[in-house]
Design a binder for this molecule. Sequence first.
Ligand code: AMP
Length: 218
Amino acid sequence: MTNYVFLGPPGAGKGTLAALMHDTFGHVHVSTGDILREEMRRGTDLGRRVKDCIERGDLVPDETIGAIVAGRLGQDDIRTHGFLLDGFPRTLPQAAMLDDNLADLDLPLTGVVLVEANRKLLMKRLTARRVCKDCGAVFNVLFSPPKQEGVCDRCGGELYQRADDTEETARERLEVYERQTAPLIEYYEGKGVLQRFLCEGDKHDNFKDLCALLDLQP
Ligand code: AMP
């Protein structure tokens, strides 16, 4: 059982790599963005509270997201299959919360992978991303388009563009990353657990390279 944090700017490929890790090795993929979007879709209290923040490209409060992650990490499947945290932590207080949480649950952190790509590619990936309304599958109209425009290959659902993937909001999210999340690089480097991974090519090649980096046999 291995447990990883995937750190890195929006559009770097964290979600795509985590989904492939889940499919191949069974890790539980914990994407805080997906959890919050699902709350918004269901129109829950939490979903309504975070909607504006997410659509502006800002971060939701640390306490809100910290409680969600603590609850999720406490579930049994995490202990059996290991976890991949995608999109958490995003601030230094969140990293401290995660340390406390893992200590309480007696869960080891195997490593932190810093997933990176050049800024031009990040913007391209974000603004060309389309997501299935029904199953959440992710496509990219430039790099991995669906067979039929606007229709999900996996389930036939309708594809949409996330409100925070427009050019202006994507730019804001990259700035938020630099200001609030990038300091975590030094934090995890200081703990000796950070590995850097450049994620710029084809997704299957990237996945093979990631497995090699982490010494995992697909
Ligand atoms: P993502 O899908 O990871 O790009 O997340 C989409 C949005 O959800 C972010 O821009 C934030 O508004 C919110 N979000 C996701 N994870 C966190 C987090 N760890 N802390 C604060 N806000 C988050």
